[in-house]
Design a protein around this ligand. Structure first.
Ligand code: SF4
Length: 371
């Protein structure tokens, strides 16, 4: 299905990627995918096979090219070379060398051959027949329908292609929608975020090459390896949250000391993403690490949310009734300890009972699902 003569490893070797770096790349991808350590050799084996680069057609519609920028900044472990070796990028208006009719021919031949993956960046306007985004005289609606006709899957990258993003903000003058609102006949995988993280893009492609399928997705079609955990649970400032140490104003003492940004509107307690582990810019840093609250950029309609409004906590871990670590220890008698233990047991029991009752009453899990 994939038309290449060299194995991915051989192509990497041609670009000066050593065997050691190749193995490190495979381990890093396996770790991003949250695969058991024992499965890393399977990733190595898959990438060593010949003719396994999926042809990719990358379409840009109502976007800012931020995801293309993210894609081109791939540098872990060995710069853009690595990602350009794992896929055959047959068409990408922003970065391809050909232009005009030559570029259109390239698109045509890949789309007609079929078996390709379509990457979509940007939302698709649907109002007035889709006239608000046209390329070479064709609407984005038409181009998307044509490009996905014989494709095996779509990877929607960034907030706009996944959930409509900025163009969809009220009053949504162009009737912008995300890809999954239009494409129903093949799988649509959403790599949301503003922009998407190229580490997750690479992991997704490698998973496809290794297992022939895309990884498990959440209810919003986002890969669980990237969205299985709320940010709050893996945040480096979490100890400050648990200690009740919060930034209360930009530049205050807490901000300078790296305390928790919850009271500055951090969405980490309700947002899922693997930013704390994969980070950005070659793993250098991420927004919370740089002192800015998470804005939940991978959640639907995040552009319409108040960036600095404090969110409700749905998951408390450890439970909220744990004493602050700053509370001075008080000596207690044996009798007092027994009493406290009994009271604590009652509180824990009541808490669990209340949570179960709430869940039964509402038909929902005790903790509202995060985005
Ligand atoms: S509220 Fe935000 S900054 Fe604070 S621990 Fe949670 S994710 Fe980190």
């Amino acid at each position: 299905m994939f038309g290449s003569q060299l194995t991915i490893q051989q192509r990497m070797a041609q670009r000066g990627v050593s065997r050691r770096e190749f193995l490190k790349f495979c381990s890093a991808v396996a770790a991003t995918l949250a695969l058991p350590k024992a499965m890393a050799p399977q990733v190595v084996y898959a990438l060593e096979q010949a003719a396994r680069r999926p042809p990719v057609v990358w379409l840009e519609f109502q976007d800012c090219a931020g995801d293309t920028e993210s894609f081109l900044r791939a540098s872990r472990p060995t710069a853009a070379d690595v990602i350009l070796d794992t896929i055959s990028l047959d068409y990408h208006e922003t970065v391809m060398a050909p232009s005009g009719k030559q570029a259109e021919r390239s698109l045509r031949s890949t789309v007609d051959a079929g078996g390709h993956i379509v990457v979509v960046e940007g939302s698709i306007p649907t109002k007035d027949g889709g006239v608000y985004c046209t390329i070479a005289g064709r609407t984005a609606l038409d181009i998307l329908a044509d490009a996905t006709r014989k494709a095996v899957a779509v990877i929607a990258v960034g907030s706009c292609a996944t959930f409509g993003g900025l163009p969809k903000v009220t009053p949504n003058p162009t009737g912008a929608v995300g890809v999954m609102d239009l494409v129903k006949h093949i799988p649509v995988v959403n790599l949301s975020g503003c922009p998407m993280n190229v580490v997750n893009f690479t992991a997704l492609v490698v998973h496809y090459l290794t297992f022939g399928t895309f990884p498990a997705l959440d209810r919003l079609n986002r890969p669980l390896f990237a969205h299985g955990q709320i940010i709050h649970n893996n945040c480096e400032r979490r100890a400050h949250f648990d200690a009740g140490e919060f930034v209360l104003a930009w530049g205050d003492e807490g901000h300078r000391k790296g305390w928790c940004l919850y009271k500055m509107g951090c969405k980490g307690p309700v947002a899922t993403f693997n930013c704390p582990s994969v980070r950005w810019n070659d793993g250098v840093n991420w927004p919370i690490g740089a002192g800015h609250p998470c804005i939940a950029c991978a959640a639907p309609d995040f552009f319409e949310r108040e960036a600095y409004a404090v969110v409700d906590i749905h998951e408390t871990n450890p439970p909220a009734f744990y004493p602050s670590v700053e509370k001075p220890a008080e000596p207690i008698s044996a009798g007092g300890a027994a009493t406290l233990g009994a009271v604590g047991g009652l509180i824990v029991g009541a808490g669990i009972a209340a949570a179960v009752a709430t869940a039964r009453g509402s038909g929902k899990a005790p903790a509202e699902s995060a985005e």
